[in-house]
Design a protein around this ligand. Structure first.
Ligand SMILES: *Cc1c(COP(=O)(O)O)cnc(C)c1O
Length: 385
């Protein structure tokens, strides 16, 4: 018997495991609650789920190819017996209409997470550096570790704005190759201006703008792709389109970079069901944007209500979630109490996010339950202090 310890890449052996959130079935069982009583506001998923046309497209997936003795319909995107289109031709055509960018600048991925990894594979060698601006999405720093890259942190200021001059200095000092800018930022919900992005684009590094929540914010830098070879935009169907479980995203890149991404992408990275559901969603943009507008209106309603709650500081947000700092009492205890009531929220205890919780905007009914619970529990915590 041989141990494989001496065969492992030392950097991977030393890497800390990523801790995903417990699945909802497991949590429901642990809480002793039926699953339909759980209000899941911890991962910014859509409370409305997939659109009707996406669900219809999914239902059609897997139709029997040989029924009635007919031959396989090779062109039918719903036939599961055939490998999916590695070029995502239909989907990229529709995404071109949706984004206003030529299909040649678009590449699709198994969630936008896959593109974070692909971009790093194209640019990073072990020992290279990337710039991360915490507090922000954790995957950038995590993925950089997998590639043996160093992460230089340039923290955001009190209002969570990016320290542009700090980034410029760090880029020069470390020869950083890329920076991730989340628009709007997760978990803080704030935007970055076009002028600030243009300033970052003057630096000699790739600027990757992660627009996972762009449908809730209504601002995008996608129109700038053609003018800046060092700009990339990542998008996803996980949030606004309610397809987080199917893993489907896309990116927009200048011609100079996208050719290299095509070379290294796994050919069949997107399955037939995900392509069909994404196409269905793009036929249902009006429906989905109506839901996005409801979510935005709800976000503003909750924001206003929570401002009158002295134990919480709620930050303004342009996304489908709100970040709150717990001023009186313990944020972890608040998260646990909400969980006991079947409401799942995200708790942070990281630099810049001490005593913070983040919750996604649910349906109006779910939000009412959350508001009542916050008004009850935060009030209690204040009195107990
Ligand atoms: C949720 C989220 C994503 C989505 O990732 P997928 O892999 O497409 O599900 C990407 N970026 C940020 C900042 C997110 O919050």
């Amino acid at each position: 018997m041989h141990s494989i310890a001496h065969l492992l890449r030392p950097d991977i052996a030393a890497l800390e495991s990523y801790t995903p959130v417990a699945p909802i079935e497991v949590l429901a069982a642990r809480l002793g609650l039926p699953i339909e009583r759980i209000i899941k506001l911890d991962a910014n998923e859509s409370p409305y789920g997939a659109s009707p046309r996406a669900l219809a497209a999914l239902a059609a997936v897997g139709g029997q190819p040989n029924h009635g003795g007919a031959a396989l319909q090779y062109g039918d995107p719903s036939v599961v017996a055939i490998y999916p289109d590695p070029n995502h031709t239909l989907l990229r055509e529709q995404l071109s209409r949706y984004t206003g960018q030529p299909a040649e600048r678009i590449i699709c991925s198994s969630g936008s997470g896959e593109l974070i990894d692909l971009v790093m594979r194209v640019l990073l060698q072990p020992g290279d550096t990337i710039i991360d601006c915490p507090p922000t999405f954790g995957m950038y720093g995590f993925d950089a570790g997998i590639h043996g890259a160093k992460v230089i942190e340039v923290p955001r200021d009190q209002a969570f704005a990016i320290d542009i001059e700090g980034v410029a200095e760090a880029t020069e000092q470390h020869g950083a190759k890329m920076i991730f800018v989340t628009l709007p930022n997760n978990p803080t919900g704030n935007l970055i201006t076009h002028a600030e992005i243009e300033r970052l684009l003057e630096l000699p590094l790739l600027v990757i703008v992660d627009e996972a929540y762009v449908e809730f914010a209504g601002v995008s830098v996608v129109d700038m792709i053609g003018r800046y070879p060092n700009l990339a935009v990542l998008r996803t169907f996980s949030k606004w389109a309610g397809l987080a479980g199917l893993r489907i995203g896309y990116g927009l890149f200048h011609e100079e970079l996208i050719q290299h991404l095509w070379k290294i992408k796994q050919p069949y990275n997107i399955n037939v069901a995900a392509q069909a559901a994404a196409l269905g969603s793009l036929e249902d943009v009006d429906y989905l944007m109506d839901k996005a507008r409801i979510i935005v209106a709800e976000r503003e309603r909750i924001y206003a209500r929570l401002q009158s709650l002295p134990g919480l500081h709620v930050y303004p947000s342009q996304a489908n979630f709100l970040l709150c700092r717990v001023l009186a009492g313990d944020a972890k205890a608040l998260k646990d109490e909400l969980m006991r009531r079947g409401i799942l929220v995200r708790y942070f205890n990281k630099p810049g996010l001490s005593d913070c919780i983040r919750f996604s905007i649910g349906t109006p009914e779910q939000n009412d339950v959350l508001l009542a619970a916050l008004e009850e529990t935060v009030g209690v915590t204040v009195r107990a202090v």
